[in-house]
Ligand binder design. Structure first.
Ligand code: SF4
Ligand code: SF4
Length: 376
């Protein structure tokens, strides 16, 4: 395998938020502190060495940045303030842009104009659709109430239109993400590799993917268990909400006012609680600025938090206005909700912050495959 040095790698990485990584003098404290360090797995010091040497190839094929959950233990103890935890975070952004074949991920991570422009474009499309296009097809803001006193939300946003739109969006987003995961697999397992992994090992170790997605065991190794819990609530709340909206919308978007103990409402309440818990932890941590892992926020971190908070708050408003018989407030909250949700899903899931929900468990799976690789 030929390894080429790329002298301008440093300048490239700085665009993704990399700080003073040249300050590192390789004392090894971070490796000793990191809960993920194992024998033969010098983490995160080895990656810093690769960055300093401009070795793009070995960085591109590494899984380690994805195994780091940013507990911050390494940063707290670094005698040179090189901030190894933030370096791993920046590497994850860089790797996300390398996996993405469209080039949009790089644009979003390195240019606020691109990201904000994309958000505003799709938000405007949503607003125009609800205010002008749908009414021109006879779909009106119906202000009459159901016999129970609820809002006729399905006459304003008919399931027959919203559901196919949901599925189309999910199909586009899933196709982009899956194709990027194949590129990730190619870079980690295949490209320039002198080893191979049998099909049987792929099948045998597949459970790890599911396990890592559901439990996030690497994350739980960090000392701060509150962080793991908040992340788990955020992840489970978001996953439930995504599945319900895409797969079970007919069941979820009802006009009937169900009792609060109905499974549909309980599931919605759990997802809302999970999202608010995780968001509260991340936002308060960033505002207080005390905890090391929240000290350095990239623009993409704030945009993601702002959009997710906007989605949750407007979702809560829709629910309150709908069951209290307030049609116009429900409809405008619905438009605001969709105007934030649609660009958020289109940007965050395949190209930005939320893609790590898929990349992390796949990295743990690929890491295990590499352990069982044999010479070609
Ligand atoms: S603790 Fe700091 S200086 Fe020491 S190896 Fe890690 S990043 Fe480098
Ligand atoms: S942030 Fe935590 S998990 Fe990540 S490299 Fe540092 S010590 Fe290890």
């Amino acid at each position: 395998m030929s390894i080429r040095v790329q002298p301008d790698l440093r300048n490239e990485l700085i665009k993704y938020g990399i700080g003073d990584w040249n300050a590192c003098y390789h004392c090894g404290t971070c490796t000793a502190m990191c809960p993920l360090s194992e024998e033969g797995f010098l983490f995160p010091r080895k990656k810093i060495r690769l960055m300093q040497m401009g070795l793009k190839g070995p960085i591109e094929s590494s899984v380690e940045p994805w195994l780091c959950y940013y507990c911050g233990d390494c940063t707290k103890t670094c005698p040179r303030d090189a901030n190894p935890g933030e370096l791993m975070m920046s590497l994850r952004r860089y790797l996300t842009s390398l996996y993405d074949w469209t080039g949009l991920s790089k644009k979003f991570y390195t240019s606020e104009t691109w990201e904000l422009g994309f958000i505003l474009f799709f938000a405007s499309l949503v607003v125009i659709t609800f205010l002008f296009i749908l009414p021109s097809f006879g779909i009106k803001f119906d202000t009459t109430l159901t016999a129970q006193g609820g809002v006729r939300v399905n006459s304003f946003a008919p399931i027959g239109i919203i559901e196919p739109f949901d599925w189309s969006m999910a199909f586009v987003v899933a196709s982009l993400l899956i194709s990027n995961i194949f590129r990730m697999y190619y870079k980690i397992i295949w490209k320039n590799s002198t080893t191979k992994v049998s099909l049987w090992v792929h099948i045998r170790e597949f459970w790890l993917l599911i396990f890592n997605f559901a439990v996030q065991p690497k994350f739980s190794k960090c000392d701060d268990k509150k962080y793991w819990l908040s992340h788990w609530f955020l992840m489970s709340g978001y996953t439930i909400m995504f599945i319900v909206i895409v797969v079970f919308l007919k069941w979820f978007q009802t006009e009937e006012i169900l009792p609060f103990y109905d499974p549909q409402r309980l599931l919605g309440y759990y997802a809302t609680f999970g999202l608010l818990f995780g968001l509260g932890f991340a936002i308060i941590g960033r505002i207080i600025h005390k905890d090391i892992k929240f000290k350095f926020s990239h623009v993409s971190d704030w945009l993601f938090l702002a959009m997710l908070t906007g989605t949750v708050v407007t979702g809560i408003l829709i629910h309150i206005f709908r069951i209290n018989g307030m049609p116009m407030a429900t409809y405008f909250s619905y438009i605001a909700h969709m105007a934030i949700l649609v660009p958020m899903i289109l940007i965050e899931v395949p190209f930005s912050k939320w893609s790590h929900l898929a990349y992390r468990p796949f990295a743990a799976y690929f890491h295990q495959l590499k352990k069982h690789a044999v010479p070609k």
